[in-house]
Write a protein that binds this ligand. Sequence first.
Ligand SMILES: O=c1ccn([C@H]2C[C@H](O)[C@@H](COP(=O)(O)O)O2)c(=O)[nH]1
Ligand SMILES: [Zn+2]
Length: 172
Amino acid sequence: MEDQEYFMAVAFLAAKQSPDTNSKVGACIVNTEKKIVGIGYNRMPIGCPAGSLPWARDNVDPLNNKYMYVCHAELNAIMNKNSADVKGCTIYVSLFPCNECTKIIIQSGIKDVIYLSDKYHNKTEVIASKRMLDLAGIPYRHFRPSSRKIVIDFDEIEPGLFDNPPADPPTD
Ligand SMILES: O=c1ccn([C@H]2C[C@H](O)[C@@H](COP(=O)(O)O)O2)c(=O)[nH]1
Ligand SMILES: [Zn+2]
């Protein structure tokens, strides 16, 4: 697997964890040594119990929509970083970053954005993102995967493991 495909696949794997049923978004930050330094997906803030905040999109009252509350994948990836900072890093994102994420990306020193979906390219948030990235001299590149699917096969490393699971160790 190519490096870019691997890092985008990590972003997509993270996205699968998102509780958002409409748009699951993942982000993976990679440093210049090709090491992953942060991963995130869109979710409600830590400590807010599941179900306590709305996942609606178009309620007339904005307080009843998810947008007021959800922490975006890019924000979480940066907050989850396991390095001192993310200066000079590349961020792989499953969806083009919104304007708020773009501000954080720029301010954190990330130098490259690689995205897959640009489904909201007509939205003002994304148009503003591109404007800021252009001004800041941060390139954004569309990633085209070489295949539609990457299969994770838990049986691959030790074929048959799931057919004959090892016995549990004695408890005494
Ligand atoms: O930069 C972004 C933009 C959006 N997200 C998240 C926020 C929401 O959970 C979804 C978008 O929901 P829609 O139902 O598609 O409007 O995506 C993000 O993580 N990063
Ligand atoms: Zn965002």
